[in-house]
Write a protein that binds this ligand. Structure first.
Ligand code: SF4
Length: 703
């Protein structure tokens, strides 16, 4: 659509899981301008600083990879080659390795920023034709604890709520999340809802007094790792005061008696001492929840990125279940997805332990069904390597080759120096990327240039199950290709059938067909409907004619075999690495407001550096004074894994004994001094395999 030579496109922001609608205007000279889509149900015209500046990232092509490159040995320089040469060599190496060492000797590491179509063909290629489950993504670092907890409590990985529930809730419990910075448009909606309904109560639990916490009616500044104890204590008070939904518990849940016994193991005072918050505040939180007609819990990395991440999630979901606050307006457990399409990736089964459409990898009938649908090789029941396991397997030689696409693991993985060493040991590394900056390129034998946001079409699913269509607006530079096209070309070079799609809509149609009859059935959907409606919420079965399904479990029928939700009586001890006199501080890491992940896009926009221009360490003045550290002084954060050197920022908004590093900065000209993951812990949750980014034992000293 357009007037006066200006073309107008509607699309979706490619950053966070909020999934804001964007209008892009393109003038005669190809210059782009973005604005918020006023008609979009999520953002209603608003955009945060990152979304508002997206056009600069598209128009700044200075760092783009333009041509395939290849080297024939580790000592040689990579040289420009044709697509055919790059993919033929890659196929030849993969075939050789698979013949010699088996299909489990190769792995693919992708991203929650891939489009659904890209995820779909990748999963089909790896599980359906190469014959390994070694496909994982950086969603493992982000959402996998929430995925596991939803499955364990509700029967499937299904976010039951929608953003409209924000305005319908009268009590919000935000824990382990800072949406004011990391999901800003959601937070604008919360602020507006609170302004319209001052009776709405906001409870925030976090070791840092973030901008989100500043808006809370009740702020619980807990010790890192004590979330379960806090949630159990709130549960105990709710039971003791009778502020639970007895009918719902009796008719629609299992496990309450064991849960009740578990939460009674600690008194509120004992729990308060462990969490280091006043016992009275725990009782107040319970009273606010108990009085609510609509109770919404919201969380993200503070619960997910933990060695006990699944249990933290379950302990929170339990609060929704014992109060019956699920499946009704203004209520439910809402995992705020970090990445723009982590949800879409889960729908197509794009993790090492999943199958498409929430089918179960451990279930033979499910495997056979998918195998029959794809017409490929037998799909094995053993989960593949998860993200960190892939790099361990590369390090010890079990894995010979890795294909990394759309992600920057040498900045984002925990204990990242180990990951660097692992990559240096790989026999063969393929990097599929848009930018010439990521550190992974140093290790690449083959580099494949990919198209970026606005240079390709496809779909993504946001945190409220809303599937959106993304337009192609400009051509990709040089010979860069959409990720799905690259993967299909490779599949054909491998000789696999079923990868001759004419366009992404054919891939999407196949994905939709594969969901038919499942809980996430979108068999009624196609590109035409998505282009017409802009976005819909799954499920969207054939008979659906509206905008999809706003809210799940309104009939109180859960996806478990008994149709009842399961209340899990989880243990509350933290299993993070121990503090010691040598390493007495807890390091937690996270995002800042104006940067996204590893800054390969937001780092190009000078305006976005005005908020915070460089990495820093947040430290409490008392901890700083003990160490003789002043404001802006250069400090060293260290442990046995490595060190980080940044300036100190003294603030009493962080809990004593805790320090915070932003996660965005990596190596600059070979110098990794600012890279937070030099010191983060390699421990992972035993169920979700998500790393313990929020708890590493460190020492801090003046440089
Ligand atoms: Fe993009 Fe998220 Fe900002 Fe919306 S809130 S504009 S989706 S980064």
């Amino acid at each position: 659509r357009g007037t006066g030579g200006v073309m107008e496109f509607k699309t979706t922001c490619c950053y966070c899981g909020v999934g804001c609608g964007i209008v892009v205007q393109k003038d005669r000279n190809g210059k782009l301008q973005v604005s918020g889509d006023k008609d979009h149900p999520v953002n209603r015209g608003m955009l945060c600083s990152k979304g508002m500046n997206l056009h600069y990232t598209v128009m700044d092509q200075g760092d783009r990879l333009l041509y395939p490159e290849m080297r024939y040995n580790k000592m040689g320089q990579r040289q420009r080659v044709s697509w055919d040469s790059a993919l033929e060599r890659t196929a030849a190496v993969f075939k050789t390795l698979i013949n010699k060492y088996g299909p489990d000797s190769v792995a693919f590491y992708a991203s929650g920023q891939c489009l659904t179509e890209e995820y779909y063909v990748l999963n089909k290629l790896v599980k359906g034709f190469i014959g390994t489950n070694n496909i994982d993504t950086n969603s493992r670092l982000c959402m996998s604890s929430a995925v596991a907890a939803y499955k364990m409590s509700l029967g499937e990985d299904s976010v039951p709520v929608c953003y409209d529930d924000i305005e319908l809730a009268d009590c919000l419990f935000v824990t382990g999340a800072n949406p004011a910075w990391c999901h800003p448009i959601i937070w604008r909606r919360v602020e507006a809802a609170k302004a319209a309904n001052p009776g709405m109560k906001i409870i925030v639990a976090d070791p840092r007094k973030t901008q989100t916490a500043a808006a809370a009616d009740l702020f619980l500044q807990i010790r890192p790792g004590t979330d379960i104890t806090l949630n159990h204590a709130i549960g105990r008070v709710l039971i003791e005061t009778g502020d639970i939904d007895f009918d719902f518990i009796k008719n629609h849940t299992e496990g309450f008696d064991a849960y009740s016994a578990k939460v009674m193991e600690r008194t509120v005072e004992e729990a308060a001492a462990i969490c280091d918050v006043p016992a009275e505040d725990i009782r107040t939180a319970a009273a606010l929840i108990g009085n609510a007609k609509g109770f919404l819990t919201m969380w993200t990395m503070g619960l997910n990125q933990s060695v006990i991440g699944v249990n933290k999630n379950l302990s929170l979901i339990n609060l929704n279940l014992i109060t019956g606050h699920i499946g009704k307006p203004g209520s439910g457990p809402f995992s705020l997805t970090g990445q723009p399409n982590a949800m879409g990736g889960r729908e197509v089964g794009g993790l090492a332990n999943l199958l498409p459409a929430h089918r179960n990898l451990a279930n033979e009938a499910d495997r056979k069904y998918v195998q029959g649908f794809w017409g490929g090789v037998e799909i094995g029941s053993k989960p593949g390597y998860s993200a960190t396991e892939m790099f361990q397997a590369l390090h010890d030689g079990r894995l010979k080759a890795i294909w990394i696409l759309c992600t920057n693991p040498l900045l984002s993985l925990p204990d990242v120096r180990f990951a660097e060493e692992a990559l240096s040991r790989a026999k063969f590394v393929v990097v599929q990327e848009i930018s010439n900056k990521p550190e992974t390129l140093r290790y690449a034998d083959v580099v494949l240039p990919a198209a970026a946001w606005a240079e390709k079409e496809g779909t993504m699913t946001n945190a409220e199950r809303r599937i959106a269509y993304l337009n192609k607006i400009v051509d990709a530079p040089g010979e860069a290709l959409p990720d799905a096209a690259i993967l299909c070309r490779f599949a054909r070079k491998m000789g696999y059938p079923g990868f001759d799609y004419v366009n992404p809509s054919e891939i999407y149609a196949e994905h939709c067909r594969l969901t038919e009859g499942t809980s996430i059935d979108i068999s009624g959907l196609n590109y035409e409907k998505l282009q017409a409606q802009r976005s819909v919420q799954w499920p969207f079965p054939k008979e659906e004619t509206g905008a999809g399904t706003q809210r799940l479990f309104t009939d109180k029928q859960f996806y478990t075999p008994t149709k009842k939700a399961i209340i899990h009586p989880v243990a509350d001890q933290n299993n993070s690495e121990a503090l010691s006199p040598e390493l007495p501080l807890v390091l937690t890491t996270g995002r800042i407001r104006d940067q996204w992940h590893t800054m390969s896009k937001t780092g190009k926009v000078s305006k976005l550096k005005q908020h915070i221009a460089q990495a820093f360490l947040e430290i409490h003045p008392a901890d700083a004074a003990k160490r003789g550290i002043g404001e802006d002084q250069l400090v060293v954060i260290s442990n046995g894994r490595g060190e980080v050197r940044v300036k100190a920022k003294l603030t009493d908004s962080i809990k004593k004994g805790v320090v915070f590093l932003p996660m965005h900065w990596g190596k600059i000209l070979g110098n990794d001094a600012n890279r937070a993951n030099n010191v983060t812990s390699a421990l992972i949750d035993p169920i979700s395999k998500e790393p313990d980014f929020k708890y590493a034992a460190v020492q801090v000293s003046p440089y």
